[in-house]
Design a protein. Structure first.
Length: 383
């Protein structure tokens, strides 16, 4: 299998004011006051990330994504330091998509203007809910008035490509709450909306406190209704349901995330970040000290190359997340016609259910919303 060079880079900024009750990401909690140049912890981490970037080189980057954590806790000089290192080692292509996750209450208009002047042309606002009682219930540090102020700053900074994140299935969340959040989101006018169903990870506060489908969590039937509700509401507002959890106005799909779903190569930098280079998927240590120690050893890669079976499963799992699905001819070229025939046979029950479609152009895709909703069942049936 031939892998194209990576032209995408993810940079993990792990710092957060507090850990949300659903979060199992690799983060460092800094409290409400530390940010940017005020924190030696942040300065030291940025130096480590730049040290790692300096170990690599490649063709110009077409997409860059700052995720976290809360990247909007960085000040402009720290963001510039990282971008300068990326430009020096790889180059940043003209027209590159440079995205940054930002949280309400962690930035102001001047800060966003500085980010935009440095090249950030897309932001993803972590709203999660429009109701203060739900924000409090999941440990968020912002409230709805902070969301509205954040969007004023986005508009004032002249950033026209922006996404808004929502979570369904939260404790105490009703269908009416969810419909209200969707309606407000549409009214606010983002070019992209992500809707994630709450996942209970064992190490999180929610994972320790709650059981799936049991109060105060909505029932499985209710969360399924929420998913269908999001699909109907957002599609009627001209947001294309282009991926299981993502909707976009025409021309505003997230180019960086498409790299992941289309199994293209990408770089990851920072603690806990993952790369996919030449068929090798490898992650960095999830703590700052572990990450520093790993860099001191020369950033060794110890993960094995994926087997053909691994690549087949990943290709199906990621490709079927997209509304466009997968081309059968490409699957045959990668894994052989016999494997494709086995796949088609195993999909027949799900075609009868209406969850899977194969069009005349030879594309296999999950239907929306129900095929997406039952994607795990479909995938479990074709391994």
């Amino acid at each position: 299998m031939i892998f194209a060079p990576a032209t995408a880079a993810y940079i993990h900024i792990p710092f957060c004011r507090r850990r949300c009750y659903y979060c199992d990401f690799a983060i460092s909690v800094v409290g409400d006051r530390l940010r940017g140049s005020d924190s030696g912890m942040i300065r030291e981490y940025i130096d480590l990330v730049c040290q790692e970037i300096s170990l690599h080189h490649g063709p110009p980057l077409q997409t860059i994504f700052f995720g976290g954590g809360t990247p909007s806790l960085l000040d402009a000089p720290q963001l510039e330091q990282i971008l300068d290192h990326l430009d020096r080692q790889f180059g940043i292509a003209a027209g590159a998509e440079i995205s940054m996750e930002i949280d309400p209450g962690t930035f102001n208009l001047e800060q966003l203007r500085c980010y935009r002047n440095l090249g950030v042309n897309r932001v993803s606002l972590g709203v999660q809910a429009m109701q203060d009682h739900l924000l409090s219930a999941c440990g968020r540090s912002h409230r709805h008035h902070d969301t509205l102020a954040a969007i004023e700053s986005i508009d004032g900074a002249g950033i026209t490509n922006w996404s808004l994140d929502l979570i369904s299935g939260l404790p105490h969340q009703s269908l009416e709450d969810w419909q209200e959040s969707l309606a407000i989101a549409i009214q606010l006018g983002p070019t992209h909306i992500s809707t994630y169903d709450l996942t209970l990870e064992p190490i999180t506060a929610f994972g320790k406190q709650h059981q799936p489908g049991q109060a105060p969590l909505p029932s499985e039937e209710t969360t399924a209704t929420m998913y269908r509700q999001a699909h109907a509401t957002l599609e009627s507002a001209e947001y294309q349901h282009y991926e299981i959890s993502n909707y976009a106005q025409a021309g505003y799909q997230c180019r960086h995330n498409l790299v992941y779903w289309q199994m293209q190569s990408y770089w990851g930098f920072g603690m806990g970040a993952a790369s996919y280079i030449n068929g090798i998927r490898f992650s960095r240590p999830r703590t700052r000290q572990g990450y520093a120690d790993w860099l001191a050893l020369g950033a060794p890669i110890t993960e094995p190359v994926s087997t053909p079976t691994d690549l087949y499963k990943e290709t199906l799992m990621l490709g079927l997340r997209l509304a466009e699905g997968l081309e059968l001819t490409k699957l045959a070229a990668l894994f052989g016609p016999t494997q494709v025939q086995k796949l088609l046979q195993s999909l027949q029950p799900y075609q009868r259910q209406g969850w899977v479609k194969i069009n005349d152009a030879g594309r296999i895709r999950l239907t929306a919303p129900d095929g997406f909703l039952f994607s795990n069942t479909v995938l479990a049936g074709v391994w």
